[in-house]
Structure formats: C-alpha cells, structure tokens
Write a protein that binds this ligand. Structure first.
Ligand SMILES: C[S@@+](CC[C@H](N)C(=O)[O-])C[C@H]1O[C@@H](n2cnc3c(N)ncnc32)[C@H](O)[C@@H]1O
Length: 320
C-alpha cells in the first residue's frame, strides 16, 4: 500500500529495524480512514507520476528536484489539487512551489547548532509535508522519519517523493508522537512547531525523551514570549487566529520545563520574531489567503490581532 512498501524495505535495513512491523501496521490503520479527499489526492499523484524524475538537492530556499522537460502546466495543476502548501518551498524543474512558510529560514537557524546527523536515526515530530525531513536525510541521516497525523501532508510528501529519481532515506508516516512504540531508538529528535499545540506540555516532553537514545539530542522549536511578559500565557481563545494554541512559555519557563523533564546541557540557541518574509500568503495556500500579516494588530506589529505578544519562536537544544 501507498509508500509503505518502500518504507518497510528501507526501515528493515536501518537502525529502526526493530520498529518497522509495528510502524507499518499503525500507518496502514491511519491511512484506511474514510476521507472524501483521498481520491482527489491519489489522482493528483497519479498525474505527477507521469512527469520526469530528477535528483534532489537543497538549493536554498528551495528543496530542488532537477527534473528536465516537465510539463509545467500539468504539474502545477496537479500540485494545486494538494493545496494548501504550508511548508516548503520546493522547486521542480523551473516550477517554483512557494509555500506559505520559508522553511529555509528556520533550517538556517537550527542547522548550525545541532550535532551532525550523519549515520543517525532521526525523528521529525509533526513533520508537515516533510520539507525538513528531507533536509535531515540530505544531511546524512541513516534514516529520517517524519510523523504527521494530518493525511494531506502525507500525500504532499508522496507527491514530491514520486518526482525524485533516487530518494534519500526520508519517510513520513501518518502517526502521532503518542502512538510511537516506547523504544529508546532515535539519536536526534526534532519537535518543531508542535509543543504549543499540546494540551499537556510535560507529557509531550516526556514522550520525546522516551523515544530518544541515552545521550541523544532533542531540538525543540516552539512559540515563546519574552520573560518580561511573565512565566507563560495560556490564550483564552485564539492566538494569531490559531484555535489550538495551548501554551506560550517564556524562555526561562521553557528551560525549567526541559530541566523538569530530565534533559541536560540545555541551550537556548535562537529566539526570532516571525516576520511576513518567513510566513506569507502565496497562491499555493488555497482559498483562505490570510497569513501572518492578517493575524497581527494593524497598528502595532508587536501584538497579535487578539492583543497578545506577536509570534516569536525559540530553539532549544538539549541532551537525554
Ligand atoms: C505548526 S506545524 C509544524 C510543522 C514543521 N515541523 C515546522 O516546524 O514547520 C505542526 C504540525 O504538528 C502536527 N502535530 C500536532 N500534534 C502532533 C502530535 N501529537 N504528534 C505528531 N504531530 C503532531 C500537526 O498536524 C502539524 O502539521
């Protein structure tokens, strides 16, 4: 079934071999849900598969597939069936798929601060369509596994993968972190843009720790507030128009949470305010064309439209 055969084969040859059977079973269940969009997505991928494949490389800002002689119109129309494209950007031949987010800007903030991924088993929790998971594999991971419960992003991953002639060892499975087998197996674990979506932040940190090898590295990226705004903000309703934001800790509070979860050598390596250059409306995000610019107070870009501190993201790196 869909991508899982390929995953299973590579997984059995990788450091994750003890988990493969269970991961495939869980993913088969997740893919078998009734989702009325699946036929449309499958058709789009069938159309994309008729296009020539190419090698893949990171040509910042794009994850670029060097396909020659693509039918640009056909490819664009198939990719549009898989909107919204939140994460990327991608380039296939001369077709630029400019996603809402400039993922390269986050990667440039993360990459200088992490241990080499060469030969490592890497987990990318909440991977979206796998833009970063590919970069992890291209950085030399033994295997880079993204887990992402939102099915559309799994299909987007498959669409991109079907255009790559020798795909790197990157996979996305439709799983939540809480479904992962309780095995300390990953050398590096990324949780980027996921913690603030969790009702129970300490459980999320514990679950990340559980799947890491002793001495493994956690890369945690999440929304924060400045220490001067207090220990944490728990939005009563929406935050920057997002419905499911549960906690915005200060960087000091987040440091304490990581300590309490039992991580060591905790380093805050970056704090960056999110700009409309990094998160922008493009014609790849579908009918709802609002993006960061529309979520900020029109008179004060230090505040969200709800009057809370505007989005700022911190990156912590620490060890198990
Ligand atoms: C804001 S996006 C971040 C995507 C990407 N990691 C990034 O940094 O740009 C958060 C993603 O995490 C996924 N997610 C939320 N809760 C999750 C969980 N418990 N386990 C795995 N993924 C989760 C969501 O479906 C969503 O696609």
């Amino acid at each position: 079934m869909f991508m899982l055969n390929d995953f299973s084969k590579q997984c059995l040859e990788s450091k994750l071999s003890p988990l493969c059977v269970q991961l495939v079973e869980l993913s088969e269940q997740a893919f078998s849900v009734n989702n009325g969009n699946i036929p449309k997505w499958v058709k789009a991928i069938e159309s994309i598969k008729t296009q020539p494949q190419g090698g893949v490389q990171y040509a910042s800002p794009y994850l670029k597939i060097n396909s020659q002689a693509i039918d640009k119109k056909q490819l664009e129309s198939a990719f549009k069936q898989l909107m919204p494209w939140r994460k990327g950007p991608y380039q296939i031949g001369d077709l630029q798929l400019d996603s809402e987010w400039r993922g390269d800007m986050k990667w440039d903030r993360v990459a200088p601060h992490i241990k080499s991924l060469k030969g490592k088993a890497v987990l990318d929790v909440g991977s979206g369509n796998g833009y970063f998971t590919y970069l992890m594999a291209l950085a030399g991971a033994n295997i880079a596994l993204g887990i992402e419960p939102f099915l559309l992003f799994n299909y987007q991953f498959q669409a991109i993968r079907s255009l790559i002639s020798s795909p790197p060892n990157a996979f996305i499975l439709p799983l939540k972190l809480e479904q992962m087998p309780n095995e300390s197996i990953f050398d590096t674990v990324f949780s980027m843009g996921v913690l603030y979506h969790q009702k129970d932040h300490s459980l999320h940190l514990q679950q990340l720790k559980n799947v890491m090898t002793k001495g493994g590295e956690l890369v945690l990226e999440t929304l924060v507030i400045d220490n001067k705004h207090g220990d944490q903000i728990i939005p009563e309703d929406r935050y920057a128009r997002m419905r499911n934001v549960w906690c915005l800790p200060s960087t000091d509070t987040l440091h304490t949470w990581l300590e309490q979860a039992g991580f060591s050598d905790i380093k805050l390596v970056d704090v960056t305010k999110t700009t409309p250059e990094e998160q922008r409306a493009t014609h790849w995000i579908g009918d709802n064309t609002q993006s960061l610019q529309d979520f900020l107070d029109p008179n004060d870009d230090n505040l969200t439209i709800e009057g809370l501190p505007a989005p700022k993201r911190a990156i912590f790196v620490c060890q198990k």
